[in-house]
Unconditional design. Structure first.
Length: 276
């Protein structure tokens, strides 16, 4: 396609993705109460004493006239991005897929099929870790000091936890893709294993908004287990690739099997590259 055709197609894809996001945000505006109650649940499990109601309750505060409106808008936009994710992810895929080879498409399918479940798994771990983190932070409040937590402060904390955990759980997928691309072999990973595990724990200690050890362990331990699973995949993949008599970097595994290039040559004669 000429350059202008690519630009027109990109504009069309972006407009469709934005339109889907707007529709999702409108839906998010009407389901705001349900989303907010879901996000607020980890805080409500603490039953913090409120100096206003003089009882243990789930009470958050606002300090400005527009705080509630901005909270409504933020949740609507976030909900719109999540609800419209199948549409805008498809638009991204439809734009880049025609330029990919068969092997690259397989990697893209692997990434798309694994990235969302891993992100949701990380977000689920963050959802359960939020209560522990809030409890630890509130225990650090000095005596005779009443914490008045605003809705914007709490929403920022909740989104940071969900995003950090979700992205951290994508690490094993990155390891698998680097191994498939040939940049990270199992031998190299084995040599760097201790350093990688140390970096994971250091990242978990620094990245989590709450400095409590429970949140750090809930982030670091599953990431280490997933990375070890990715190492097993790299070991199996490298052993399988080492058994091939000849390397054909331009062909996928299906093409290698189709042309019989993964089988030993007969009578000592090399089969050769297809078409040779």
């Amino acid at each position: 396609m000429p350059l202008m055709e690519h630009i027109r197609e990109l504009r069309s894809r972006v407009l469709k993705a934005v339109l889907a996001g707007v529709v999702g945000a409108v839906i998010g505006w009407f389901i705001y109460r349900y989303v907010w109650n879901f996000l607020k649940a980890p805080y409500c499990r603490l039953n913090i004493y409120s100096p206003i109601t003089h009882s243990k309750t789930c009470q958050l505060y606002v300090t400005g006239l527009f705080d509630s409106l901005f909270l409504h808008l933020k949740i609507a936009i976030i909900s719109g991005i999540i609800l419209s994710s199948p549409v805008w992810m498809y638009q991204i895929w439809a734009f880049i897929a025609p330029g990919l080879h068969l092997r690259e498409r397989r990697w893209a399918y692997l990434f798309a099929g694994s990235a969302i479940p891993l992100f949701l798994f990380g977000g689920g771990m963050a959802y359960f870790a939020m209560t522990k983190g809030l409890h630890f932070l509130l225990l650090m409040v000095p005596g005779n000091v009443t914490p008045l937590i605003t809705i914007n402060t709490y929403l920022g904390y909740a989104l940071a936890m969900l995003l950090i955990f979700g992205l951290a759980f994508e690490l094993p997928l990155v390891v698998v893709l680097l191994n498939l691309a040939g940049f990270l072999t199992h031998q190299r990973f084995k040599k760097w294993r201790r350093m990688i595990i140390f970096i994971i724990f250091a990242f978990a200690a620094v990245a989590t908004p709450s400095p409590d050890p429970i949140s750090m362990l809930l982030l670091a331990v599953p990431c280490v287990l997933l990375v070890e699973a990715a190492e097993v995949f790299a070991w199996v993949h490298d052993r399988r690739k080492a058994r091939r008599p000849v390397s054909y970097p331009g062909l996928s595994d299906e093409d290698v099997a189709r042309y019989g290039l993964d089988e030993p040559s007969r009578d000592g004669v090399d089969i050769g590259h297809p078409g040779s």
